[in-house]
Design a protein around this ligand. Structure first.
Ligand SMILES: [Ca+2]
Ligand SMILES: [Ca+2]
Ligand SMILES: [Ca+2]
Ligand SMILES: [Ca+2]
Length: 509
């Protein structure tokens, strides 16, 4: 099995399997499941019987609860730790190997019968990889490849539903091809453990597919993290940080699992569009949503057939509309007149100095058009225009019931009802950003809304000179790795959470 998973730049010196016979297999007929398995060969590990993964005779998704209580390992402490609960039916492979390089990659698909009905329940089935005894996190959310971390609500781009039986697998849902970047020590013997476990009970099985030859050190697509305007578009050189020690050059062949050639555009489930450019860069076109957008790309070498998958994480950021009156220590001022050093009144910390402001003009059409909030819609405030993704502080006892907090931040776009809150198209609009030492709630036309929140992963949000400017103001911000800025001032609702809140409000009314 180990040789089926390990590829170039890695020499396997020993391997062992822990688990029942029926819970692991190598496969060479992956082409039977297009859209599920990215390769014809590989290894499958299961918390049930691997033969339940698919049916060669057709009619693959017969049940929503395919289960085998196997003699796999129950209550393993390593799996319990990453699942956050007691685990069952665990299986794993241990491999000793000598890598040629210091960074190794692995491509995999995580699939489960727990989807979608047991998302955010105690049945948080999980896969895990440990290198030299240390857990290797995936670059998404809380770092686990698990039901609760990757699902249709948290990662709409990375999850594929099979409820309509569109794919040749019994599994009710699965991830796009995911990737792990694994730190190793070149030239010496390292150990790797790869496994999967049921969580909460032994039922509703999960399967881990490790792509054939994908554990290798020759071509490693490293993750890319960046920030852009929610309503803008930005070009990213995703191959720039990738490692390749073979012959030929590299091409992007897929965006989020879809085949692409230069000039083609892939629309993500989250709404953004991704275009592959002739020079190998990608251009992301925002749809107005302010959120963390995660998707994958696949890169291949022109010689040798080396392939890897990388993860792209982009934070899309909100802004004010010029003309908006902001409450300062000297009374209300138009947002575009504010300068660094001016004291703006904040809800949490009183008067606070602005550290930086930014401004840009766009055509007010489609996802770029501002949102109008009529006077008095959320209490005593005047008419207000904001960018679609700008978040408004909503004070609602129902929010406490649903989310445990009476005050939550909701994007203006998610407040649109065609009456008091509506899209205003036409002409051009100037969007203005206000940046404080930390994320703040300010008074805009009397309504509490948020200040600019730099992406949690990066400060590379504007052109190079602006990046430098912001970094000189916030030396603790690392422009390469990001971080160093405050968390959001309140819980920020995702679109489906906002829907939940307003549906509950209508019911109560
Ligand atoms: Ca099923
Ligand atoms: Ca399970
Ligand atoms: Ca099981
Ligand atoms: Ca990259």
């Amino acid at each position: 099995m180990a040789n089926a998973m390990f590829g170039d730049g890695v020499t396997v010196v020993g391997a062992s399997y822990t688990g029942p016979r029926e819970s692991s297999a190598t496969f060479t007929n992956g082409d039977l499941s297009p859209g599920v398995l990215p390769s014809s060969s590989g290894v499958i590990l299961s918390t049930g019987n691997v033969r339940d993964f698919t049916q060669s005779g057709g009619d693959p998704n017969r049940a929503t609860d395919t289960s085998t209580d196997t003699s796999g390992i129950d209550n393993n402490s390593q799996f319990n730790a990453i699942a956050g609960a007691r685990t069952f039916d665990a299986v794993w492979i241990d491999v000793d190997f000598i890598p040629a390089g210091d960074v190794m990659t692995m491509r995999f698909v995580f699939s489960s019968e727990e989807y979608p009905e047991y998302v955010n329940s105690a049945f948080n089935d999980v896969m895990g990889v440990w290198a030299n005894g240390t857990y290797v996190p995936i670059a998404i959310g809380n770092g686990t490849s698990s039901i609760n971390n990757i699902n249709p609500m948290t990662q709409p781009n990375l999850f594929i539903s099979n409820l309509n039986d569109e794919y040749n697998t019994e599994m009710d849902g699965f991830t796009v091809t995911m990737t792990l970047t694994i730190p190793v020590q070149a030239g010496v013997v390292n150990s790797l453990r790869i496994g999967i476990a049921d969580t909460g009970d032994a039922r509703y099985d999960s399967n881990l597919i490790i792509v054939g030859d994908s554990i290798q050190t020759t071509l490693v697509a490293r993750d890319d993290e960046d920030t852009m305007f929610a309503t803008g578009e930005k070009t990213f050189d995703i191959l720039a940080n990738d490692h390749y020690s073979g012959a030929g050059t590299l091409n992007v062949t897929q965006i989020n699992g879809a085949n692409v050639s230069p000039g083609q555009v892939v629309t993500l489930a989250s709404g953004q569009q991704v275009q592959l450019n002739a020079d190998g860069t990608i251009t992301v076109i925002g749809n107005g949503d302010s959120e963390q957008v995660n998707f994958t790309y696949t890169v291949a070498s022109t010689i040798g057939g080396h392939v890897d998958t990388g993860i792209v994480k982009i934070t899309t950021i909100p802004c004010f509309v010029a003309g908006t009156m902001i409450l300062t220590d000297k009374g209300e001022c138009p947002v575009e007149s504010l300068r660094p050093g001016d004291l703006v009144m904040t809800k949490d910390d009183g008067p606070q100095p602005l550290r930086w402001t930014g401004r840009r003009q766009v055509a007010a059409v489609g996802a770029l058009a501002p949102i109008e909030i009529r006077a008095g819609t959320f209490g005593n405030h005047r008419r207000l225009l904001v960018s679609p993704q700008h978040r408004v502080l909503v004070h609602d006892p129902l929010a406490e019931l649903l989310f445990g907090e009476t005050e939550v931040l909701v994007a203006a776009r998610d407040l649109v009802n065609g009456r008091a809150v509506r899209v205003m198209e036409g002409g051009a609009v100037d969007y203005v950003h206000l940046l404080f030492d930390r994320h703040q709630i300010v008074s805009s036309e009397g309504l509490a809304t948020e200040s600019f929140l730099p992406g949690p992963q990066s400060t590379r949000m504007f052109e190079a000179e602006i990046i430098e400017e912001i970094c000189s103001l916030f030396p603790e911000l690392n422009p390469q790795t990001g971080g160093g800025y405050s968390p959001a001032a309140r819980r920020t609702l995702r679109p489906f959470e906002a829907q939940l809140l307003f549906a509950a409000a209508e019911k109560a009314a």
